[in-house]
Design a protein around this ligand. Sequence first.
Ligand code: FCB
Length: 451
Amino acid sequence: MHQNTYPQSFAWGAATSAYQIEGAWAADGKGESIWDAFCRRESVTFAGHDGRIACDHYRRSEEDVGLMREIGLNAYRFSIAWPRILPDGTGAINSRGLDFYDRLVDALLAAGIQPWATLYHWDLPLTLCHRGGWLNAESPQWFADYTQAVVTRLGDRVRHWITLNEPQCFIGLGLLNGLHAPGLKLDWPDVLRAGHHALLAHGRAVQVLRAAGGDRFKIGWAPVGGARVPATNSPADIAAARQAMFAITERSIWATTWWADPVMLGRYPEDGLRIFGAAASAHSEEEMRIISTPVDFYGTNVYSAQIVAAGPDGCPRQIPPPPGVPMNMYYWPVLFDALHWCVRFLHERYGKPVVVTENGTSSMDWVNADGRVQDPQRIDYLRRQLQGLASAMQAGVPVEGFFVWSLLDNFEWHEGYRQRFGLIHVDFETGRRTLKDSALWYRDFISGKSR
Ligand code: FCB
């Protein structure tokens, strides 16, 4: 099926992030991150789990690149730990931290795998948190300086860059509801101010990257997908889903346009400004110009979706998922057309090529007595999401890559190690890796055998 849908240059990848896999939390001059500190607090993560060792990827990166090669990936999305590069967040550069990524990038390239580097996947240097973190108006400058340090070292070999991963999460879960590091519960004006600084940090980083790499670089970001799917394929339901995906009808940190309109269109959405009112930060034209510095692709992380129908008045109405709907271990409903509609709607509104920077599901996988890891639900999930993606591409949406979340089972934030999202099973006692059936299926899909 769909043999010719994917362009030759399509990135077939898997994704990870530094704190979730690296471990080696104090190695080679690394500073502490807010996640190192957060996990020391009582009862904030499942069973007190933390990322001090995680997948021990810092020491096993060669083995892991070997496994990527076995799967046949041609791209790998990883994140760089800011506190490895700048242990104090600003100032002195720790070259040993950069050495790790330098080696990783070389190993990837030698294996024929394109490195896709994410600059910020939530592990802010702790010292910067003590200076107010994203609330501090200097934070965009800190991020620009950090970006400069990274691109100076890696920019000759890394061409694909992602600035921020899911600002909705690190601001919303980190500063609004306290579920993630640094565990704060701030009021809306502070939350939105921090969010505004994060957007400025994104824009500043794009400028630094563009100055370093010009057109040679492909630069994007990876916000939360925010997918809405129509309850039926009727034009009215499709229109309602589209409208719901981009509307702000209540104060919510998850509103896609609150983050994406500034980045892609250079303005905050009118409905959001009305709803947040005085809680929204003042912003100058110059700031909006920085935030909307052009990117090359829109990265989207998609897992689930909300179902929307047109009400009798034509207005969008959210439909609860049907009883017994499949769910992952987060109890996120599995809706097989989430990716299809998400990339379609995003491309319609923002006009950029799309990259699926994360898509996957968690399940309770274990190593069978015969050594095999069977995860049929992950295979079915990925196969069906990819079918939806292919049909969106056939309908004209330019999609440039697909990254499974995740390469490895890993530290799933406040959920600790109880959520397994990997294509590769990790035994967290021994560090032992086992390719799951889904990894073998993905290998055949990438090579065209099982499409
Ligand atoms: C996303 C995060 C990623 C992982 C997956 C399951 O929100 O970007 O780190 O936690 O969810």
